[in-house]
Write a protein that binds this ligand. Sequence first.
Ligand code: X2X
Length: 329
Amino acid sequence: LTRCLTALAAAAALSASFAASAREYSVSTVLSDAFPWGQAAQKWADLVEERSNGEITLRVYPNAQLVAGDQTKEFSAMRSGLIDMAVGSTINWSPQVPELNLFNLPFLMADNADLDAVTQGEAGKLAFAAIKKRGIVPLAWAENGFRELSNSAKPVQTPADLAGLKIRVVGSPLFQDTFNALGANPTQMSWADAKPALTTGAVDGQENPLSVFDVARIDQVGQKYLTLWHYMADPLIFAVNQRVWKKLPEADRELLRQAAIDAGKWEIEMSRSAEVKRLADIRERGVEVIELTDEQRQAFVEATRSVHETWAPKIGTELLDAARTAIAE
Ligand code: X2X
């Protein structure tokens, strides 16, 4: 019996040490590596594989498949440990982290310089603190991009043009408020449901970055008009479940964090530098691209001001002020 128990203990120790030397973690994303978003996650996985000499494997699960396509459940699933890590959008996490609605505020940030000032400064630190407070360890930023408006019905140049148009919107209830303020008819649904809804005409329009419009070939589902209004951008965040993080040796944490920072920087540059070509390709496919004058854009800004008032208390004054200061500087 003793010999038998010794053998069992040895086997258990062996399997434990094996598990410790070849570790694999799940990483959730909404978009696959056909898109910059999925490429950011894959870059992270590649850098980690390489720098850990194959000891740490990050396996990327795209299409929000670990939460059956419901991207607004990703944060909760990561917190509960169903998912180890994610490269997730601030939009999809904002139902659980209300502070992240900062990035959803219409026309708060006008361009990449504004966005960088927010994520790289005090506001970015406060946003990370809000995530940490809810049991997730944020590591670095990437981005999905400035979101533009498309529809199948008409060139949209004024809020009045949106009257009655059915627009597919994403997770946070803030988007309902924005599109209601504009007089449109918003319908919340996951990305998995969006393309079928556009195809059948159940909805008339949607909003997403140029990279998503381009790669997902949104023009092929009847979206003939694209208004460049740059009304908001959703940054992506590399993050880890807290229990997974606590179990990691310090050196591995540093490796994961630095690889996330490097992958994020790489993706942001790559994605931004592709925008001009993407827009040219979209135009070439026959999509009518509407560029707004400053006055036209201002009409959208004014029509959505109420959204800032409604959501400021949920975002928090300290964070909002830090963002506004960073943008103004
Ligand atoms: O669902 C969307 O529109 C997408 C893919 O952009 C996000 O996950 C925020």
